[in-house]
Design a protein around this ligand. Structure first.
Ligand code: PMP
Length: 457
């Protein structure tokens, strides 16, 4: 169907009439009016009123190569014309599914070279849970079933993925979640590290895992899962030594290490995977988002050789999705990875644009009365909003400074995300230095207005 262009008012009315939005108070949104995004190019999106907005979130942490990349569109078109769909259940495969495995194995850490494809990060994490439990059953340790994750960890929205995640507001929707999931506190030095060096604090927080394993009994624990940098919970990078200690504890108690790379993967931290940035050697590695830069849905799980060896001996794997390895999504993912390689995007993030981005944000933080700290690594960042800088007092949920700041920024041409009382940024990897300047300037204006609103300007 050709795209029709209605007035913003008509779009809004139809949206209210039919569209149920994820993670949204529908009634409040209906009163306010949805913003309709109609097109995009490079690092910018346009709304139905013609406003040009710098996308500081790369969609939802996913449009790594930026919008309007013809190579990806051509790959999808060509695949859809040749073979729009075929499954991989009937002892069959398709060329793009096969080629994607080869290309992925060239960019993932060397021992991760078998891939199970899914459509979303949530499905990838459901797959992780099933694979890990299957692995332990095959190994003759069927009681090892419980997953340990972290508070404010985000692993998706299916019933299993939400149980795995550590988001209390999401848990509240269900009342009771699935059994055999446990959580430990996540590290945040700025609010909790007083009196300790960063390293001491990192060890202290990692050792919570050991306590939890001992409490549950190592014979019952299948795996620990963590995002290399916690993303949707508010961007918390691990203190130095944290992941090394997590890994040491996991190996000591025979617990699998799962690195959820759904956000960190495909260049965001300045390496292909966050695991490489933090020296993690994952047994299972879910990935999504940047795999296709969001042009078509595709996700997957990379499986380490030592896990694959057992699973391969375990008989039929009774698991899969109709669209596991959708041919068009695989074709787009291949084109996306090839583009990232030919343009040296990962190196560009590491050596050029991320250092500039971080320096700009640090300068903003140093001079701004309501910015407490800048978190993150590479091209993922959080600006922590504080009421009182010297005592590190954070705005409360009732203040809702972050949502105010987000709306001001969007009206002024910059998309930032409000997560608790932080402003989160995750721009496309192709962002230029001039666009970083634009981003920082617009963020500063939004922060100034927020400070003024709360009498702190
Ligand atoms: N894991 C992580 C780390 C994520 O950030 C997300 C999505 N933000 C998911 C899993 C779930 O992915 P999806 O929304 O594609 O199901």
């Amino acid at each position: 169907m050709a795209q029709t262009f209605r007035s913003t008012q008509d779009y809004r009315a139809l949206d209210v009439a039919h569209h149920v939005h994820p993670f949204t108070d529908q009634k409040a949104l209906a009163g306010k009016g949805v913003r309709v995004i109609t097109r995009a190019e490079g690092a910018y999106v346009w709304d139905s009123d013609g406003n040009k907005i710098l996308d500081g979130m790369a969609g939802l942490w996913c449009v790594n190569v930026g919008y309007g990349r013809k190579e990806l569109v051509d790959a999808a078109t060509q695949q859809l014309q040749t073979l729009p769909y075929y499954n991989s259940f009937f002892q069959t495969s398709t060329p793009s599914q096969i080629e994607l495995g080869k290309v992925l194995a060239e960019v993932t850490p060397p021992s991760l070279k078998h891939f199970f494809y899914t459509n979303s990060g949530s499905e990838a994490n459901d797959t992780v849970i099933r694979l890990a439990r299957h692995y332990w059953r095959v190994k003759g340790k069927p009681t090892k079933r419980t997953f340990i994750a972290r508070n404010l960890g985000y692993h998706g929205s299916t019933l299993a993925a939400v149980s795995l995640g550590g988001m209390s507001h999401m848990h509240a929707l269900d009342g009771q979640l699935l059994p055999e999931f446990a959580h430990i506190a996540h590290p945040h030095y700025y609010t909790q590290g007083a009196g300790l060096t960063l390293e001491e604090y990192g060890l202290k927080m990692a050792r919570l895992l050991e306590e939890k394993i001992l409490e549950l009994g190592a014979d019952n624990v299948a795996a620990f899962i963590g995002e290399p940098v916690q993303g949707a919970g508010g961007v918390y990078e691990p203190p130095p030594g944290y992941w090394a200690e997590i890994q040491r504890i996991c190996r000591k108690y025979d617990v699998l290490v799962v690195a959820d790379e759904v956000i960190c993967g495909f260049g965001r931290t300045g390496q292909w995977f966050g695991s490489q940035t933090y020296g993690i050697d994952p047994d299972l590695m879910p990935m999504a988002k940047g795999l296709s830069s969001g042009y078509l849905p595709i996700a997957g799980v990379a499986i380490h050789d030592r896990i694959w060896k057992e699973i391969n001996e375990g008989g039929a794997l009774a698991h899969g999705y109709t669209y596991s390895g959708h041919p068009a999504s695989c074709a787009v993912a291949i084109a996306n990875i090839q583009l990232m390689r030919s343009e040296g995007l990962v190196e560009r993030v590491r050596e050029e644009i991320a250092p500039y981005f971080r320096k700009s944000l640090q300068e903003l933080a140093a001079s701004h009365p309501i910015v407490g700290e800048i978190r993150g690594v590479g091209l993922i960042a959080a600006i922590q909003l504080v009421k009182h800088k010297p005592t590190r007092e954070i705005f409360t949920t009732q203040d809702d400074a972050a949502n105010f700041c987000r709306d001001v920024a969007a009206n002024n041409g910059l998309i930032m995300r409000a997560v608790y009382q932080s402003m989160v940024l995750s721009p496309p990897l192709i962002i230029t230095k001039a666009q970083v300047d634009e981003l920082t300037e617009k963020a500063r204006k939004a922060l100034d207005e927020t400070a003024k609103k709360f009498g702190l300007g």
